[in-house]
Design a protein around this ligand. Sequence first.
Ligand code: ZN
Length: 117
Amino acid sequence: MRAGRRHRRALERHRVQTLMAEADESPAELVAVTEDKYEIWQKGRVAFVLPGTPPNAPDAVRSGIAARKAAALRGRCDCGATRDTHRPGRVAFVHEYECPASDQAIVAAWDAWKAGT
Ligand SMILES: [Zn+2]
């Protein structure tokens, strides 16, 4: 990788980390709910687009989505996961396997719901 590109990536990573740190210190405000049920939250200068909870979802799905939303808005999860801002343009969490906010837990809860089990 050329030095210029590496420098730009480092600057972008720093900019994202600064914005997210500022967001973590700001109150969360629900700005809108889209027609397809996504929630748009504002914290500082950052907008978070998060999936809403289907109104008829079972507790396992609801708690998983709620835990994921809380992690996104707080910047950390009860399982210890924190935001990974390493990749430019992406912010991600790596939850513990048993965390209700993990991909595995939400997909399993969702699949069980849809299978009627
Ligand atoms: Zn977690």
